[in-house]
Design a protein around this ligand. Structure first.
Ligand code: PLP
Length: 399
């Protein structure tokens, strides 16, 4: 007999791991005000200048030549070779048999995690950190433990001993981003060597997020684990065209893995994106072969922004800054009395027309801090600092 009970549809929600992912608190501040012309935004991490013309022209030419079909899963052979040559110039020989082209740095990181993580695996991340990298392992059911960088007037510091203690037997992977978003912290060669030796002993993978490697103020290329690792080490480097080549909207990156893993990474690309768009890859090839002047100009401009902002912000009463950091494009600073950075950033937008990213977006360790992306002209930075100073002066209690 047919049931007469009314049909009750089952829940139409994502699985619990996905439901419990945190959504971006930077977006929470920005979404409400993105179309407000009176707001001066410094909340996102992207260069404010357009992609260099030469790179755009390469994509236009590729479209005109109808390079609009599927291409190889691991990437166009010409671009893969260009990436191998580029990396070999900076880090010593790196073979094409270790390289795949990805549809962004984010994609490269997700591929690395998909290749490594089982549900229940334990990973350790050095924080404060770009929030995606902390949430992505959770999509796969892994647990993330954090080791926080420490704030001091001389700069952000990593307590290496604490990190090694957290990297105990059974840890699957270390996630490390240096130069770091949001603090600008860069890792030293000596620290890299200690970490690599420890991870080798315990069989722990190092997933190195190198997307700010060329936004480096102390050397033309920040230290990379690729400099010291052997091709067989459990080291994966993820990189992106977004920052150094000013290509955030193009969605292009690459991944370097041990050669034995490349075929499996190819399968993951097949099942996530099939391949990066060929005309975007054509642009990437020109970026790598002819982009050094543009990078030098971008870094010079960012250095100017970093120093200018540090000088101006440092003069605002109540602001506490670390010494200018060695890389990336952010100042991560405190304002005396700010306990709830999300609420404070929302107030700043509403009442001062100033868009900053709340420190809590980068993990609980970032609470009380604010992130300012200084990829901007000095006159815009000045206006931003003026708005912050004026807000603090008129609202001593809202902190
Ligand atoms: C630390 C870090 N890693 C990776 C990415 C991702 O870059 P992409 O634009 O290539 O996805 C970002 C972007 O902001 C980032 O800050």
């Amino acid at each position: 007999m047919q049931s007469t009970a009314p049909y009750r549809p089952p829940p139409t929600v994502a699985r619990p791991e996905v439901q419990s992912l945190r959504s971006s608190k930077i977006r929470e501040v920005a979404n409400a005000a993105m179309d407000r012309k009176d707001v001066l935004p410094f909340w996102f991490g992207e260069p404010d200048e357009e992609t260099p013309d030469e790179i755009c022209d390469a994509a236009i030419a590729a479209i005109e030549n109808k390079r609009t079909f599927y291409v190889q899963t691991l990437g166009d052979p010409g671009l893969r070779q260009e990436i191998a040559d580029y990396l070999s110039r900076w880090h010593g020989p790196i073979g094409v048999d270790r390289i795949a082209v990805t549809s962004s740095g984010t994609h490269a990181l997700m591929l690395a995690l998909q290749a490594l993580l089982n549900p229940g695996d334990r990973v350790v991340a050095v924080t404060p950190l770009w929030p995606n990298l902390v949430e992505m392992p959770k999509v796969l059911g892994a647990h993330v433990e954090t080791v926080a960088l420490e704030f001091s007037a001389s700069g952000w510091m990593l307590d290496v001993q604490r990190l090694l203690e957290a990297l105990r037997p059974g840890t699957r992977a270390l996630l490390l981003n240096a130069p770091n978003n949001p603090t600008g912290w860069t890792i030293s060669r000596e620290t890299q060597e200690i970490i690599l030796a420890h991870c080798r002993r315990l069989g722990i993978w190092i997933v190195s997020d190198d997307v700010y490697q060329r936004i480096s103020f102390d050397a033309p290329c920040a230290p990379s684990f690729l400099d010291i690792a052997t091709p067989e080490d459990r080291v994966i480097s993820c990189n992106s065209f977004s920052k150094a080549w000013r290509m955030t909207g193009w969605r292009l990156g690459w991944i370097v893995v041990p050669a034995a893993m490349l075929g499996d990474v190819g399968k993951l690309i097949e099942y996530s994106s099939t391949c990066a768009p060929p005309f975007v890859q054509a642009a990437g090839q020109v970026a790598l072969s002819r982009g050094e002047d543009a990078i030098a100009r971008t870094v010079a401009r960012l250095r100017q922004g970093r120093d200018h902002l540090a000088a101006r912000l440092g003069a605002v009463p109540g602001v506490e800054l670390a010494a200018p950091a060695g890389g990336a494009m952010y100042t991560f600073f405190r304002v005396e009395g700010v306990k709830d950075s999300l609420a404070f950033c929302k107030q700043l937008v509403a009442e001062a027309g100033l868009g900053l990213a709340p420190g809590v977006a980068f993990g609980p360790e970032g609470e009380g801090y604010l992130r300012w992306c200084y990829a901007s002209s000095t006159s815009r930075l000045d206006e931003g600092v003026r708005r912050l100073a004026s807000y603090l002066e008129h609202n001593p209690n809202t902190r």
